[in-house]
Design a protein around this ligand. Structure first.
Ligand code: PMV
Length: 361
């Protein structure tokens, strides 16, 4: 049902061949999306910060199809065919086929690469699915002869990205981004993300994110399975109520510059996400001993030094360390002296709040 929400105008003119490319970043949720209702509709609204340097670039070459009627594509990741990724792309293209019926007229060659190592334990679905969504929307635009990427273009790209991966809907925009209907914010929707309109205090405008790679292996339970386990979860209703309350509070702190309030909500969201996993049936654990060591050290360090530093977690063992730009030197020293020992092969990735996707020439 929801995937047809974007059908819009059908392209009319004949576009026979071309190349389209986009760069789109990953994002980290501050208020977590966990659990869905219906087709890719979030159980609760979420807020994320878009990253800057962890991104995917996707280039799509389109040629007239020899194989009319079906979706036809070859997928290359960093120059090589990767069947497990190709399968995900195939599922996605089939899911959006109704929205982009012109796909049957083309053979596609899709080339993707990430700036972060794909086996670094960082979720790449947000950047990967958002770049592909942007490429498909650009392809539709070229077919219809339109040239401008306006609000409708990005809204549609966000809606399409959501079909590939919920969190990908938020990667379409830079800064702080919300996805999921919030009654008090008319611009919000369950179908697409939108930039958070709240004014953002300077302390959060140059937020940095250093990702501590505790374990780079693929996680044992996918997010898809985790969302599914929220369906009959004993704490599902309470979680939804909590997410709305946390979101309201976080919006106020982002605008007031209340870093202690920010810490309270962001860490509560990270720990709740993993508590929900542990309390699922069957329960499971994605955090590891290194994750807990790092969290304890962050709490001790913050207490002793008063540094503005906060952690969050994605669906995995790695720790995102967020801090204002002005704390960079202090935090870098802390990481080097105390946290690096808990990282897989001393691996960290330095990133920061980013501006969102970019069309490539
Ligand atoms: O977008 P998905 O289906 O991979 O789910 C993402 C879920 C979390 O990363 C745990 C939270 C979020 O809001 O990004």
């Amino acid at each position: 049902m929801a995937k047809n929400e974007t059908t819009g105008n059908r392209p009319t003119e004949d576009f026979s061949a071309g190349t389209i490319a986009w760069r789109s970043p990953s994002n980290i949720a501050l208020i977590k999306y966990w659990g869905k209702k219906g087709f890719q509709i979030p159980s609760n609204p979420s807020i994320s910060m878009t990253l800057s340097d962890s991104y995917t670039e996707t280039l799509v070459k389109c040629r007239p199809s020899q194989n009319s009627g079906n979706i036809s594509f070859d997928f290359f990741f960093e120059g090589e065919k990767k069947p497990q990724f190709g399968q995900k792309i195939s599922t996605f293209l089939e899911a959006v086929f109704d929205i982009f019926p012109f796909l049957k007229n083309f053979d596609l060659e899709i080339h993707s690469s990430n700036t972060f190592p794909h086996s670094a334990g960082i979720a790449s679905s947000a950047s990967a699915m958002s770049t592909l969504a942007l490429c498909l929307c650009s392809m539709e635009q070229q077919i219809s002869g339109s040239i401008n990427e306006n609000n409708d273009f990005f809204q549609k790209a966000s809606n399409i990205a959501r079909i590939g991966s919920g969190s990908a809907s938020r990667s379409i925009y830079g800064g702080f981004v919300t996805w999921g209907k919030i009654d008090s914010l008319p611009e919000t929707s369950d179908f697409y993300a939108s930039p958070l309109k709240t004014s953002i205090h300077p302390i959060f405008q140059n937020l940095r994110d250093t990702i501590l790679i505790i374990n780079k292996n693929e996680k044992a339970v996918s997010s898809r399975a985790g969302h599914g386990l929220m369906e009959n979860h004993p704490f599902a209703a309470a979680r939804i109520t909590q997410a709305y309350q946390n979101l309201d509070e976080l919006s106020v702190y982002l605008s007031d510059g209340n870093f202690d309030g920010f810490v309270k909500i962001v860490e509560n969201e990270a720990l709740t996400l993993h508590a929900l996993m542990m309390a699922s049936n069957p329960g499971y654990l994605l955090i590891q001993p290194g994750t807990l060591n790092v969290i304890r050290k962050i709490w001790d360090f913050r207490k002793q030094t008063g540094t503005n530093i906060v952690f969050t977690l994605d669906a995995g063992p790695n720790v995102h360390l967020l801090y204002p730009e002005r704390e960079t030197k202090t935090v870098r020293d802390f990481i080097k002296n105390e946290l690096l020992a808990d990282c897989d092969e001393n691996k960290i990735i330095d990133d920061k709040l980013g501006e969102g996707p970019k069309k490539l020439k």
